[in-house]
Design a protein around this ligand. Sequence first.
Ligand code: ZN
Length: 162
Amino acid sequence: MFFWYDEGMLNAKALLDRVRPRPPFIDRLPGISPNSGTAMYPYIYVGRRAYENLLSDEPDQSNVALVLHEQEHITRIQELGIVNWYRHYFFSRTFRLEEELAAIKPQFNHLKRSGISVDIEHRARMLCGGAYLWPTSYDNAYSRLSAIWEAAPFPMQGAAAA
Ligand SMILES: [Zn+2]
């Protein structure tokens, strides 16, 4: 039995309703990782393979974690207002970094709870790179991501997905 859950006990169906497959031509563009997602308010776009996997009875928990990441963006976009959020996101490195870290938190929480480990070095290289328009240094990305991972709760005894 696999779980679609997060701290706020998200409604799996309502969440999945927001998820859309990315158009195939975008998937083929250089630099677009098949494992990435994009929050285009109010929808969450993921690669086609991830989308199909999410519709299955036992979705890969890393895909679920990706949706939780994008959903956090959606929630924050809603709070700040669409125009403000995207404007800050594109023009402020600090804002972009903090928004990504805020979205990574529920993603890491879910991964850790599901017993999936994270390559912090790889994530840090991604986060400080061109895909996010160089919001910070590698060292800072690494230390911030490590802190989020360390703070993520371990799976509760007996509650692990099996
Ligand atoms: Zn993000």
